[in-house]
Design a protein around this ligand. Sequence first.
Ligand SMILES: [Zn+2]
Length: 114
Amino acid sequence: MNTTKHILHTASLKNNCPICYTTNGLEITFAQEEIENWYSVKNQKEILETIYCQNCNNTIYPVNWNENIEKTFSYHKKQAIPRSSQLRLKKIAYLILIGLTIAILLTFYLVSLV
Ligand SMILES: [Zn+2]
C-alpha cells in the first residue's frame, strides 16, 4: 500500500507563536492522505491540520492556540477544499470485473447447452 500526502492549502500566518512569540514563523497546512493499493485509490476523509513554527521548529497543537490563531485557522480552513474520498478503481480492477462477468456468462451459456 502506498500513501501520498496531498497539500490542500498552506499559508504563512502573521499570528504570534505561542511558544517563541515571533510573528513571522507560523505556517498552517491542510493536507489529505491518499491510500493506493494494487486495485484502487482512495482519499481519506480526514483532513490533517497542522500549524508549525519555522522559527522555533515546534508544531503548535490546538491546546496552545490563542483566540487569534483560532480565528485565522477557521478562515484558512474554508480555503482548504477536500478531495473526494470516493473509492476509484484502477484499470486492472475493471479488467478483472469484466473478465469475471464474461466467465460467468460463458458458464451460464455452456450450462444451458447441456
Ligand atoms: Zn515559535
